[in-house]
Write a protein of this length. Sequence first.
Lengths: 115, 112
Amino acid sequence: EPEVTQTPSHQVTQMGQEVILRCVPISNHLYFYWYRQILGQKVEFLVSFYNNEISEKSEIFDDQFSVERPDGSNFTLKIRSTKLEDSAMYFCASSDAGGGRSLAFFGQGTRLTVV
Amino acid sequence: SQQGEEDPQALSIQEGENATMNCSYKTSINNLQWYRQNSGRGLVHLILIRSNEREKHSGRLRVTLDTSKKSSSLLITASRAADTASYFCAWGPSGSARQLTFGSGTQLTVLP
């Protein structure tokens, strides 16, 4: 079965540093997403991306966050100046249709720890 | 808020028993999906049920959807220790082509 891959699996960074989380979505998918899950809490939507632009974002996705699809295969999430509260699992997902009309495939996640 | 609730928050059963988890949501939806998450791992999709469907089966999984009550249930029959995980429902709100909203999840423990 095709899969979404995320790198790195773990990232430790100092507060105030920039981090880039990388994702390779499934190749024929058109919709891409980032979610995060703080330890022990629910999965929270961050941003969705379609047709090379952000289609929707949550209140969590403030000016410190940005996404990019630099080369037609990778999909990245950048956090410009990390804060302690950014520590979480970050999941990338992709689907071939939006709005839950098809299954979203999730990567294994990147565990970000900000110290 | 578009966030829904799942109940129970935690469920512990013996191997071989059936496990039922419920999900409620607050908006109109296109579809509802169930996902599984092993501790500290990624989300694995289990099943999608469309808003015009009432019941769907996949192996030992049975999902129901009641759009009038804005609720769904996931039944796992003949549970196994390997079914131990967190189970989340997620839905795509009508009128939004973009995102999934997740419920709060049920932690299922199946005791051997």
